[in-house]
Design a binder for this molecule. Structure first.
Ligand code: PLP
Length: 434
């Protein structure tokens, strides 16, 4: 090359995928891996119901499903999506205020990249990596965050949010993930209304990632942004990756609220749309499937049965882990993740787990040798010792050491066994340096 062509990155990595490389290597050494790292229900054995497959096959037999679609998305689908919001009666959404993307990952990347470089979005900490990476990538400066508090059932620190918004006038918007990834927190109405009030008071717009909006259990309730936003500019991000679940379809959408009430916000939305136009449109097939699947008589029963399963696993994990020393454990009430935090100062760079296979031990010890976060060290040792593949919590951009697991396992007794092993290994690991 005539000169160095690669743009310098942020130095941050996407650990949810990164750890797969390490686990794959251990697989080569004969280790059986229990994948607890990625939020893909299909990869964890979720069976797509026959009625859903038949609906898709019908759509596939129509040639129109092979065509490009309008830039903002298939008209009948946007009408259907708008109707879902409108029938709740709190906000009137026009189909023209809905834009489809190739997965929410695409919507997230485009939404942050259309923001001026010196304008910042404050986000939860820990946070789902794609949002944080996209925000940092656009601004090239460290993020502004508000803490989710593990000592208060993962409730966000609203006072911190307000304090930061008040003192940093570069903050133009706030992100909320409800239900949350990675904590599994479900926002109560009162907290959501307070956030809307802060946005109104400080002239911010709101981004609500509502990917997991229909995956809520343990008797919890919340409200969508459209029900509470009133006259504040904002957008909701929704998709089918987790809900159908069809992550491989790469289909998600933005619902834009109150662009007609704020000229600056309207210009921002039009910048997102201009980017989208250069790409023609998003994948047509999954868009055509949305009204037919969501309106199918079996859909709600299917979602309900999945929610009952996550609820069961959430309670199994909670009851096994809650009395384990050295960690903070909260029950998950939404999405399908559980995040465990280590108590302050219980981890150090010397703890270990016994790993039987010599090649695996050598490999793990090579990785943990050197400067590595304490929770990453635990996660790699656990992987080497047991094959259980978790994600270190610090990869969700927080200083809190811990790990995230999923509630996706289909085999309940296997899940119970995995939780018991994790419980036992936490104690063994912490006490190994005593
Ligand atoms: C909170 C949240 N938003 C967005 C996404 C990305 O979804 P998609 O598959 O539509 O890109 C995920 C995926 O895990 C997620 O957890």
């Amino acid at each position: 090359m005539r000169f160095d062509i690669a743009k310098s990155g942020t130095g941050l990595t996407y650990e949810i995928r990164n750890i797969v490389g390490v686990a794959d290597k251990l697989k080569d050494y004969g280790k059986e891996i229990i994948w607890e790292n990625i939020g893909d229900p299909i990869a964890k054995g979720e069976k797509i119901p026959q009625w859903m497959k038949e609906t898709l096959m019908e759509i596939l037999s129509d040639d129109i499903s092979y065509a490009y679609s309008p830039t903002k998305g298939v008209n009948e689908t946007r009408e259907f999506v708008a109707e879902q919001v409108n029938k709740r009666g709190q906000y009137h959404l026009r189909m023209d205020d809905i834009i489809f993307f190739n997965g929410l990952g695409d919507a997230i990347a485009r939404s942050y990249s259309a923001i001026r470089i010196d304008a910042r979005i404050i986000m939860p900490e820990p946070t789902y990596s794609t949002h944080l990476l996209a925000e940092i990538h656009h601004a090239s400066f460290p993020p502004n965050t508000y803490r989710m508090n593990p000592y208060h059932n993962w409730h966000p620190d609203i006072a911190e949010l307000e304090r930061k918004v008040k003192s940093h006038n570069t903050i133009v918007g706030a992100l909320v993930i409800n239900p949350d990834n990675p904590t599994g927190f479900v926002y109560p109405e009162k907290t959501l209304r307070k956030m809307v009030q802060i946005a109104r008071e400080y002239d911010l717009f709101l981004i609500f990632d509502e990917t997991y909006r229909n995956l809520i259990y343990n008797g919890q309730e919340t409200l969508p942004l459209s029900d509470i936003i009133e006259d504040v500019p904002g957008m909701s991000m929704k998709g089918i990756s987790k809900e159908f679940p069809w992550p491989g379809a790469r289909c998600g959408w933005l619902e834009v609220y109150n662009a007609d009430k704020d000229e600056t916000f309207a210009r921002y939305i039009s910048a997102i749309l201009t980017q989208k136009m250069s790409e023609v449109c998003s994948t047509t097939l999954p868009q055509l499937a949305i009204p037919r699947i969501m309106a199918h008589p079996e859909y709600h029963k299917y979602l309900e049965s999945r929610n009952r399963h996550y609820e069961k696993l959430s309670n199994i994990a909670f009851s096994i882990l809650k009395d384990v020393p050295y960690i903070v454990v909260n029950r998950t009430n939404g999405a399908f993740y559980m995040t465990i935090v280590f108590n302050e100062a219980v981890l150090n760079g010397k703890q270990k787990l016994a790993i039987e296979e010599l090649a695996v031990r050598d490999y793990v010890e090579k990785i943990v040798d050197g400067k590595i976060e304490n929770d990453k060290r635990f996660v790699y040792y656990l992987l080497g010792a047991t094959g259980i593949c978790l994600v270190p919590l610090t990869s969700f951009f927080t200083a809190l050491p811990g790990f995230r697991l999923t509630l996706l396992e289909k085999d309940v007794s296997k899940f119970e066994k995995t939780m018991n092993i994790i419980a036992e290994k936490i104690v063994e690991y912490i006490e190994s340096s005593k």
